[in-house]
Design a protein around this ligand. Structure first.
Ligand SMILES: Nc1ncnc2c1ncn2[C@@H]1O[C@H](COP(=O)(O)OP(=O)(O)O)[C@@H](O)[C@H]1O
Ligand SMILES: [Mg+2]
Length: 370
């Protein structure tokens, strides 16, 4: 109840009609689901008289779990410990996670917050039917919701509730790679363009079409998680990016091959069925669980705060060329891993080893980028 009251409070606080409408839609949707679930449960109980009813303890446990998931108890959720990059590192507002596998990204009613919300709503309402093959490459969007950020907070703050892509991982390894030689668009305001352009020049974005923004690796020997922070990421060049990703993949060529396959699928989908937005400043998040050697690698695209309308659905060259460049680099890492594992493969390998130092990101500049 309190969360629902809180949603209403936030609506009045922000005073933006569009948000009010969206939030109440979300609320209605969530309530609709709840009601549907209750009806389903009731029906099941009536028609299946032989059903073994849950014990009182089980019911209590279920209620407790539901309270947790819907935050009826004004719980302050823990900060997202596996977050590897992003603005909430800089600002006071941290991303949060709950015990039910959700990731809460701080949002607001600015251009950025609204753009990302619109992207996910549009995906949910229409795009997912048009390009169903793209579903595995986006984190599931649940709703825009509100959370208390501390126990004494006067009011709850808005968050995007997504599935946490690392939730079921015992030993998570995560890397955030911002795609595109350009993270701004001519339609962004001048101050923003200037700031992002400087950022692109100072990192590998301009030179190779992507940049690593942060990384988390699980170190077997010491049994600890290691964070490769923003400072480390900002200083990366082509060579250290290669070494960094090599460390990330942990010498596992099967893992790398999986990632390459998924990157190829993303590329094909974006080439065939462009989105009605250009992705600017979006990242590819690679995650896997190193406690299981054969676990799948998740490849998802995150961060749609700076997406820009692409009404005519042009192919997003800036994003795709960055993606191709990343694919080239990962192929080279895979070839190196293979050679390390089996030096005799050197003679037969068509690896990019011989081209080391002449890395070809294959990223012609789009005319609008300069
Ligand atoms: N659905 C998700 N599941 C798990 N972690 C996520 C998810 N979305 C984002 N993250 C984590 O949060 C970080 C920042 O996310 P991002 O959307 O890029 O935020 P920002 O707009 O602050 O850059 C990512 O690098 C990743 O570590
Ligand atoms: Mg980001």
């Amino acid at each position: 109840m309190e969360v629902e009251d809180a949603i209403t409070t936030t609506i009045f606080d922000v005073g933006v009609a569009a948000i009010a409408q969206r939030s109440s839609e979300v609320r209605v949707r969530e309530m609709g689901f709840k009601q549907q679930r209750m009806e389903e449960e009731t029906t099941t109980k009536v028609i299946t008289s032989t059903t073994i009813l849950p014990s009182r303890n089980e019911e209590k446990e279920k209620e407790k779990q539901e309270d947790l998931c819907e935050n009826r108890g004004r719980i302050v959720y823990p900060k997202a410990a596996r977050q590897v990059a992003g603005n909430s590192h800089k600002h006071a507002r941290a991303a949060r996670v709950d015990a039910c596998g959700h990731f809460y990204k701080p949002t607001d009613d600015t251009r950025k917050g609204m753009t990302e919300l619109q992207f996910y709503e549009n995906w949910q309402a229409m795009e997912h039917e048009r390009v169903p093959e793209f579903s595995p490459f986006l984190a599931t969007f649940v709703s825009r919701t509100v959370l208390y950020e501390s126990r004494d907070a006067a009011k709850p703050m808005p968050f995007l509730k997504l599935r946490d892509v690392t939730a079921d991982m015992k030993q998570a390894n995560v890397v955030d790679i911002k795609i595109g030689e350009r993270t701004w668009h001519p339609s962004h305001d001048a101050a923003y363009r200037e700031k992002r352009h400087r950022g692109d020049l100072e990192t590998t974005s301009c030179s190779i079409g992507f940049r690593v923004c942060g990384m988390l690796t699980y170190e077997e020997e010491s049994n600890t998680e290691r964070y490769w922070n923003r400072k480390w990421a900002k200083a990366l060049n082509l060579e250290t990016t290669t070494t960094g990703l090599d460390v990330f993949f942990g010498q596992n060529s099967e893992r790398i091959t999986n990632v390459l396959r998924k990157l190829k699928d993303i590329r094909q989908s974006l080439e065939m069925n462009p989105f009605p937005v250009f992705f600017l400043g979006s990242s590819i998040l690679l995650c896997y669980d190193s406690s299981d050697l054969h676990s799948d690698v998740r490849v998802v695209i995150v961060d749609f705060c700076n997406a820009v309308k692409n009404k005519s659905r042009e192919v997003d060259r800036n994003f795709l060329d960055g993606l191709i460049s990343l694919t080239n680099l990962i192929e080279r890492i895979r070839d190196r891993v293979r050679v390390r594992m089996d030096p005799t493969s050197l003679s037969t390998s068509s690896s990019g080893l011989s081209t080391a130092g002449t890395f070809n990101p294959n990223t012609p500049s789009p005319s609008s980028s300069k």
